[in-house]
Design a protein around this ligand. Structure first.
Ligand code: COA
Length: 367
């Protein structure tokens, strides 16, 4: 049976930085409160015109670049997100079009902040079954657009960004080793975007009542998270026939430093084996784990053979853990001429997309 190996990784975060001091000028909070209660110092905020799809495309291009494969070789694109560009079409279809991934199936996956772990599990299973060879798995979020910037309970927590990996069929001595996924919908009200769906379609009332923004019962979510992270970690390691001593790097969903500390204490993992970049990005939901994974590789914290555990939790309620054996060394830098060719390919993809849109409108080619 082939295994799904991560052969490419990429991230994109918007340029604009919003610091805790900036927030303290918007709501009644302070840098000291935010740092001690969450560990967050700053977060990135998407510029006008940046969306979940545009950030996903940037991250995906970088992941394909590292993998050294062209978009036409991708069989499947999954975008894990809670903040899609539209209800439909799927953000993954926008990514497929922008990349010129002409052979790829594309769909979005909604599992809150656990979305990336779910998407990785689904894509890996498809690779392992032989149904596909190459998948692009993206976590991308524009949470700033659903954040209530007058609510200090939530607005200090979230940020924007995207991360992507390329999964490819490879030998059975590494790659994704096991996945554990779970859900408990009885906790649906703990973390919810109440309006905009079929239950509360957009109306003057939903807007007036600020129902298009994130609502969260923070303490309950906290309690849930500190319980599921260690449990899911132990379960996934057991499923892979490994122990906590085998783990070289633990990458938890970056939601709150105190949740991470509690889980790490429970699991008795030494701090140097835990990845944390929460201070710079805040909680980027489905994007947090792929961004963290990408930065861990860039910082040289992963070597071939290392066992990595990624654990997510979030709205749903959902949770999930993946254990993988890292198989790919740091890639060599891409020569300038190849970078130029890749860029040209994306220009051609944009041209193709434009011509296709003219065709759908009947402006060209349909008589
Ligand atoms: N600045 C200053 N004070 C704040 C504040 C802020 N940004 N947000 C809340 N407070 C206040 C509260 O109003 C409360 O005041 P009160 O005691 O006068 O009522 C006090 O701080 C304590 O609030 P509490 O909710 O008990 O704080 P906490 O220690 O639980 O921390 C969270 C709050 C949100 C940081 C924490 O519960 C948390 O991280 N939960 C998990 C959230 C999460 O990770 N969600 C995403 C999951 S994917």
């Amino acid at each position: 049976m082939p295994r799904a190996h991560i052969v490419g990784w990429g991230k994109y975060v918007p340029q604009r930085v919003l610091t805790n001091d900036d927030l303290s000028r918007m709501v009644d909070t302070s840098d000291e409160w935010i740092v001690t209660r969450t560990g967050i110092r700053e977060r990135r905020i998407a510029a006008d015109g940046e969306t979940t799809a545009t950030m996903a495309v940037q991250a995906a291009r970088r992941a394909l670049e590292v993998a050294g494969i062209g978009p036409e070789q991708v069989d499947l694109i999954i975008v894990a997100t809670a903040t899609p560009d539209y209800f439909f079409p799927a953000t993954a279809c926008l990514v497929q079009d922008a990349l010129g991934a002409s052979r790829a199936a594309a769909f979005d996956l909604a599992a809150g902040c656990t979305g990336f772990v779910y998407a990785l599990g689904v894509a890996a299973a498809m690779v392992e079954s032989g149904a596909i060879r190459t998948a692009l798995v993206v976590g991308s979020e524009t949470l700033s657009r659903i954040t209530d910037w007058t609510d200090r309970n939530t607005c200090v927590l979230f940020g924007d960004g995207a991360g992507a990996v390329v999964l490819r069929a490879g030998p059975d001595d590494g790659g994704i080793l096991a996945t554990v996924l779970g859900a408990d919908g009885s906790g649906k009200d703990l973390l919810v975007l109440p309006a905009g769906g079929s239950r509360h379609p957009a109306s003057h009332q939903t807007v007036a009542e600020r129902m298009h923004f994130i609502k969260m019962q923070g303490r309950d979510v906290f309690r849930f998270a500190v319980r599921v992270v260690p449990t899911a970690t132990r379960q996934v390691l057991e499923r892979a026939g490994l122990t906590l001593d085998d783990v070289a790097l633990f990458i938890p969903h970056q939601a709150n430093g105190r949740i991470i500390e509690s889980a790490v204490r429970d699991l008795k993992l030494p701090p140097e084996r835990v990845y944390n970049n929460l201070d710079r990005y805040g909680n980027t939901s489905a994007a947090s784990i792929p961004i963290a994974l990408c930065e861990a590789v860039e910082e040289g914290r992963l070597r071939p053979g290392d066992v990595v555990v990624c654990v997510g939790f979030g709205a749903g309620l959902t949770w999930g853990a993946t254990v993988l054996r890292w198989t790919y060394p740091q890639p060599a830098p891409t020569p300038a001429w190849r970078r130029f060719l890749r860029r040209l390919r994306y220009v051609l993809a944009a041209l193709r997309s434009w011509l296709r849109r003219l065709w759908w409108k009947g402006v060209v080619g349909r008589g």
